[in-house]
Design a protein around this ligand. Sequence first.
Ligand code: FES
Length: 228
Amino acid sequence: MIDDKALLGHWHVVGLSSDLVDEPLQVELMGEKVVLWRPNGRQDTEIQAFRDLCIHRGTALSLGKIEDGCLVCPYHGWRYDTSGQCVHIPAQGDQQNIPEKARATSYTATERYNLIWLSLDTPQHDIPNYPEFEEAGFKTITCGPYSIDAQAPRVIENFLDVSHLMWVHEGLLGVPSHAVIPEYHVHEQNNKLVTDTIRIFQPDPDGRGKVVNNDYIYSVLSPMTAHF
Ligand code: FES
């Protein structure tokens, strides 16, 4: 696992809520494989998250199944409850003698904005706030997820980088003849970083063929979560 204290206590999006229904689901965050599961299937609003590793012989728990509110390992049938504790070892029959250390490593997962958020440590921050999600006049359109062969900080860096628009997206989001970026500053506001308004000349930003001067305001809500 990537042991970066600046990231471990943050919430990170690892999937769509609709990805997780009746079967356990493996996701990977910062090099850590995690199994997500809903103890009572698709109607369950409480998501459990464990390291995707059975403490017995190291099988991926995501290959198992959910039964009676427990996650069942596919190899020897050990059952883990929502606390991560192993509560049943089939090979022991009626003489269940389960050691305390027979437990899965638990993480914290929750849902918001139809997304699954995961934290690999005790969350030190709130889930990033997107007030538009519940605001009248706004409509939520889910795009992706997209698989990108890049580290997450590079993706955020690219998202915030206005000076590439006129080169990489020439003719749509910018043109080289308007490459100069007006001076702007970044401010700290309510635990987020927010830019001044940045005006960008754009020949056809949304496919209507209309030239506009768009005003961009970017915010960074957490190290890997941005908004504009
Ligand atoms: Fe999971 Fe044996 S490896 S029960």
